[in-house]
Ligand binder design. Structure first.
Ligand code: ADP
Length: 722
């Protein structure tokens, strides 16, 4: 009997062998169930080997095979590559591709009811109401129909018996309506049209290609990639397209744009889906029927049959980096996936990452530029406010110039946006009596005061308590004081300044659901809000036509800490925020409050000189051998006690292989030294670009047997240094 090597969706380092029962046709990529211990588990065939006569290995047999298309060869290669790159177990990566297992089964069916023939028998008032609703609603479930008619399911069943209604079976998870590429899109400006044309030529040629769609905020990057999507849909009736977006809160507006352009909404994939929605999307992707998928970074692991185009919108966005569990950067993986699929990838941004720009300049990506906003919309003028020279009044956070501009904007009937990347009222709570700073238990992190909810919250772990009446340290009453500003405190200041303004806060606290987010965005777009105060959630992609003033409350906050990308990220974030102003006919203005107006990121912002800034960044990183000119990997050890983790760190350090082109730093206490009761130590490994750093990390960690209770995680190309 032939032997199948099966990889299970479990954190195992290798596949297991099984015999293939007579009559079962297995190919690599097939999804199967096979016994592991007492249970059948989901797995995928990685290889089928011919019969090995004479072998006396006792193997169990594969139980069953799922009746779905096998995983494609490029997708399997992608999973292998990701396994190696992220230094993970292959089974762990496979389970990322099979998040909704019931997608492997056919859609369940439901009974639905619709009008049939003329009723045989007396039509009571309740029956008449049901028939009336059945005519309006079309096929629906008995309970929906009964509810709409204000009667009971038994009336519905009665009408079936009378021949007036009929029962039909319909799939619970229907296919997504197909997109129509031939509906008219926007009439492109000459600049947009030439970018779309260059893309079209490349896409129709086929094969792997990577593009950087580099266009200022609001220049129509979305319109241009819509054309690319239409081209791919038209050229190949089986081609599938994946659009990655950084913030799922935004998808609502973009979904409507997709629907307007293609006549059908794309298949969604993100953490907000319920299990039924997930299995529907995954099933349709797996069978190759979902043509356009729009999703968060994890959508990159969906088992597409024929993925021909990937779009990474706002490619510079930090949320593409997955920080928990298997750490990966979705942009980098998207490029690799496109390469393996022999397809195209488009990275779109107004502020592309240095990595991406360097790739474009080296000719690895084809660069398409959009330098202008369409129509009369102009980029906002950005002015720095030096807080040392023009400080706010004591106890306030807005400088006189910004406060004045807020008043003028309100008087002109226009909208303002204040940006501060701190949720809550105050980022630190201190006891006036004893000086204690309140911390999260078992974690080195301050608690943030939230006044609206009356709670103190740890933004790192989610821990929260009602604000205590007395200091938990010294017992003094009424002694706890919030220090520093959060968005709630800025809202309070604006309320005093402009008592008649309609003010709202936009942060993950006020926009917890898709509905709340949509509501806020719609009220802002409809000019029902005068001043919006928001965290980084406001920086992304929104179009508010009447928004003309943007104020950045604390431009320096992102520059603190030892993050190698701090300057770059600050530039990106602030220029995206400023880019919200002046999107329609009215010109926009942005004020940026800073204590470091001479910082190159601030200077470049004011001069709208992105490329100048990037060239400074590039020089510094090149000099220091930092990404993208060298490679980095982080390794974090954690344990319940400092002793244990220190011992493990020393032992691990002694095991580090000597290797050319590798520099090892650490172990050092991580900036977040204690997290959820675990003590943390960090290593940072720097290598030349030419070194396979993943292989080095794999070899190093394989040498060391972790003591009980010690955990180790590897982060290749880290973005967070906490
Ligand atoms: P970006 O993705 O570069 O931020 P968008 O594609 O969202 O830009 O475009 C910004 C706004 O301008 C959107 O409201 C869009 O509908 C509009 N727009 C862009 N290009 C055109 C065009 N050629 N004709 C009409 N409206 C356009």
């Amino acid at each position: 009997m032939p032997i199948a090597r099966i990889l299970f969706t479990m954190p195992l380092p290798e596949p297991f062998d099984y015999t293939v029962p007579e009559g079962m046709d297995l190919v690599p990529g097939a999804y199967v169930a096979a016994p592991v211990g007492p249970y059948d588990r989901l797995g995928m065939v990685v290889d089928v080997l011919p019969d090995q006569p004479g072998s006396n290995r006792k193997l169990k047999a594969v139980t069953s095979v799922y009746d779905v298309p096998p995983m494609s060869a490029p997708m399997r290669e992608f999973l292998n590559w990701t396994t190696r790159y992220t230094v993970s177990h292959p089974g762990t990566i496979l389970s990322m591709a099979l998040r909704a297992r019931d997608a492997l089964l056919p859609s369940p069916v439901e009974l639905r009811y619709r009008l049939a023939g003329p009723p045989e028998g007396r039509i009571t008032e309740a029956r008449a109401r049901v028939l009336e609703q059945a005519a309006v609603l079309g096929p629906v479930s008995a309970s929906e129909l009964a509810a709409a008619a204000g009667s009971s399911s038994s009336v519905v069943k009665g009408l079936v018996a009378m021949g007036a209604l009929e029962e039909i079976e319909e799939a619970t998870d229907p296919p997504f309506p197909p997109p129509d590429p031939d509906r008219p899109g926007a009439v492109l400006t000459p600049e947009q049209a030439s970018a779309a044309e260059e893309l079209r030529e490349g896409l129709l040629k086929g094969g792997y290609a990577a593009y950087l769609l580099d266009g200022v905020t609001g220049s129509g990057k979305t319109e241009v990639y819509f054309e690319a999507i239409a081209d791919v849909l038209r050229a190949d009736p089986e081609a599938q397209i994946l659009v990655l977006l950084p913030e799922i809160a935004l998808t609502q507006a973009i979904l409507a744009r997709f629907e307007a352009r293609f006549g059908a909404a794309p298949a969604p994939w993100h953490s907000g889906l319920n299990p039924k929605e997930r299995r529907r999307t995954m099933r349709e992707v797996l069978h190759g029927r979902a043509r356009i998928v729009i999703g968060a970074r994890s959508a990159l692991f969906l088992p597409f049959r024929k993925l021909k185009l990937i779009i990474v919108d706002e490619e510079h966005d930090g949320s593409y980096k997955q920080e928990d569990g298997v750490t990966y950067h979705a942009r980098d993986l998207a490029v690799m996936r496109a390469k393996l699929e022999d397809g195209a990838v488009i990275l779109a941004s107004a502020t592309p990452a240095l990595e991406t720009v360097v790739n474009a300049e080296a000719g690895r990506y084809i660069r398409l530029r959009l330098a202008a906003r369409p129509g009369t919309a102009r980029l906002p003028e950005i002015e720095l406010i030096d807080l040392k020279r023009a400080p706010p009044e004591k106890g306030k956070w807005l400088s006189p110039r910004l406060a004045l501009a807020l008043g003028e904007t309100l008087a002109a009937g226009e909208q303002s946006l204040l940006f501060l990347n701190r949720r809550g009222y105050a980022p630190l709570v201190i006891c006036k009596a004893c000086g204690e700073k309140l911390k999260s238990p078992g974690t080195e992190s301050w608690l943030t005061e939230h006044r609206y909810s009356g709670r103190l919250v740890c933004h790192l772990t989610g821990y929260s308590i009602a604000k205590p009446a007395v200091c938990p340290h010294c017992g003094a009453a009424d002694s706890l004081m919030g220090v520093g500003p959060g968005v709630e405190r800025i809202a309070e200041e604006v309320r005093t300044l402009l008592p008649n303004a309609r003010i709202e806060i936009f942060s993950s606290d006020t926009a917890q659901s898709g509905e709340a987010t949509r509501g806020l965005i719609e009220r802002m777009a409809a000019s029902e809000i005068d001043v919006m105060i928001g965290t980084q959630i406001v920086a992304k992609g929104h179009n508010f036509p009447n928004l003309t003033l943007v104020g950045v409350v604390d431009a320096d906050s992102g520059l603190k800490g030892g993050d190698l990308r701090a300057g770059e990220r600050t530039y990106q974030l602030l220029s995206q925020v400023a880019g919200r102003a002046g999107r329609a006919e009215r010109p926009g203005k942005a004020y940026v409050q800073t204590y470091t107006p001479d910082n190159p990121a601030m200077q470049a912002l004011a001069a709208n000189d992105r490329d100048g800034y990037l060239s400074i960044e590039r020089e510094v990183r090149n000099e220091l051998g930092l990404p993208p000119f060298g490679r980095l990997a982080a390794l974090i050890l954690s344990a319940p006690s400092a002793d244990l983790v220190d011992r493990a760190a020393l032992e691990l350090s002694a095991q580090a292989p000597n290797s050319e082109g590798i520099e090892l730093y650490g172990p050092a206490p991580a900036p977040i030294t204690v997290l959820r009761g675990r003590h943390r130590r960090r290593f940072l490994v720097k290598s030349l670009r030419t070194v396979d750093l993943s292989a080095y990390m794999a070899a190093w960690t394989a040498r060391y047997k972790l003591p009980a209770q010690v955990r180790l995680s590897v982060d290749i190309d880290p973005y967070s240094f906490l």
